[in-house]
Design a protein around this ligand. Structure first.
Ligand code: SF4
Length: 439
């Protein structure tokens, strides 16, 4: 049985600060931490400070000093945390400072310095949390919000600016999921390639190493888990080039979900898309040189305001050249509150529909051609379900729910979550067929 971490807590200030303290304590207790009433018995002390008037600041600084003298491992939060230098100038040895009403930040600072323990005999919630996905795969959310301002999107208004979870916290969740039997992790966010930029790529300690909270370090650390790791919502920034070798080495799946949305610079600019000035064809070519097995999935919008037949034709040419493996397409429709609603030259609905159909005709042909290259090869697949004689599985190029499947025969004893070796015998537009091989 794991020993729970023991937390000492000092709550100063007004009733609002008291409520904050209660919330932090409730969360920590629910996570299995033990709350202790003295400094000596605690593994870590949290001081919730007040910074309202000079006397309150003095009292807070004094309480921090007392906790440091008696215990030595102190995290500071609360109103005075809004001006961290007031604390660190006097007490540079504190482990960390977070601001007022920042529950997530305090809890994650506690996790960083005193990782939570899990007792399978008494905890009501499994270590890996309650999940709605099947046991063998899970989504790993690495950040919330978005710093872009795509003109068709209102997510930044709804969910706020990018807020990345520190890398060690993400890794603890990923490790717990792997221990719980998850075989495949889908890394998700609004903008996975921007991970950590909002917290200045905060360095963290993870398994004896100092890592930075950034896309590349995260991919590297996840690649050590020995399970499938799939990247979603990546933008084609130059630094993405550095994770493609990890795919070629088999550390993470050779799969990139990149919502390109369009291909002509003029429309991408009207869409205010991130990385709209990048030469994406060149970038894709280079990625495939490094990792020939790379599957690229994307989504596109046709009929965006101002899209001419010429723009659309260039999009089709781009798609032919890019040879994207998995592609979805939406006809543009205005979203209440989105900046694109004010753009001139809307595209009539019948033209949008016609472009959608032409686009999907090319996309499905490319998909079939790309899949055909697997026939006669071997691949590892992950079984999702078993239907009669067939195991319905997915290969490295298939994310659950959105991509294709691999239908496997010759595996009567297969069960969901099994990894099977398969020889591919046939390909159709979106799915592969094959039989199990055991040698
Ligand atoms: S569409 Fe653009 S603004 Fe919306 S979440 Fe994605 S990157 Fe952010």
């Amino acid at each position: 049985m794991n020993t729970p971490g023991r937390i000492g807590f000092v709550s100063l200030g007004c009733p609002k600060a008291l409520v904050d303290s209660e919330r932090i304590l409730t969360r920590l207790r629910a996570e299995g931490y033990e709350l202790v009433g003295d400094y000596e018995g605690a593994d870590l002390v949290v001081v919730n400070t007040c910074g309202f008037i000079d006397a309150a600041i003095d009292e807070s600084l004094e309480a921090i000093g007392e906790a440091l003298d008696a215990n030595g491992r102190v995290l500071v939060t609360g109103c005075l945390g809004a001006r961290p230098e007031r604390i660190t100038d006097v007490h540079p040895q504190v482990l960390g400072v977070t601001g007022p009403h920042a529950y997530e930040a305090v809890v994650s600072a506690v996790h960083e310095h005193l990782p939570p323990s899990h007792d399978p005999f008494t905890d009501l919630v499994p270590e890996a949390g309650l999940r709605l996905t099947p046991r063998h795969y899970a989504y790993l959310k690495i950040s919330e919000g978005c710093n872009h301002k795509c003109s068709f999107c209102i997510i930044p208004d709804m969910r706020g600016r990018l807020a990345s979870r520190p890398l060690d916290e993400v890794m603890r969740e990923a490790e717990a999921l792997a221990r719980a039997g998850v075989r495949e992790l889908m890394v998700i966010s609004q903008d996975t390639s921007a991970y950590g930029s909002d917290i200045r790529y905060r360095p963290v300690e993870h398994r004896g190493q100092t890592l930075e909270t950034r896309f590349e370090d995260l991919c590297r650390a996840l690649g050590e888990l020995g399970i499938w790791v799939r990247l979603h919502y990546v933008y084609p920034y130059p630094h993405v080039d550095r994770v493609v070798p990890l795919m070629a080495e088999g550390r993470i799946l050779p799969y990139l979900d990149i919502p390109f949305q369009h291909a002509t610079p003029r429309i991408l600019k009207l869409m205010r898309r991130p990385a709209h000035a990048e030469n994406t064809l060149e970038r894709i070519r280079r990625w495939r040189e490094i990792c020939p097995d790379l599957t690229i999935r994307s989504t596109f919008i046709v009929g965006f305001p101002g899209e001419t037949e010429g723009d659309f034709q260039r999009l089709l040419d781009w798609l032919e050249e890019a040879q994207l493996d998995r592609v979805g397409c939406f006809e543009y429709s205005p979203v209440e509150g989105a900046a694109a609603n004010a753009l001139p030259d809307p595209v009539p609905a019948d033209i949008s529909r016609e472009r959608h159909d032409r686009f999907m005709a090319v996309a499905s042909r490319v998909s079939a051609e790309r899949l055909a290259r697997h026939v006669g090869t071997r691949m590892q697949v992950l079984v999702d379900t078993v239907e009669g004689e067939a195991a319905i599985a997915r290969g490295p190029g298939d994310a659950p729910e959105i991509d294709g499947q691999v239908i496997v025969t010759g595996a009567p004893d297969a069960a969901p979550g099994d990894l099977l070796d398969v020889e591919v015998t046939r390909a159709d537009t979106y799915d592969l067929h094959g039989h199990r091989v055991t040698d």
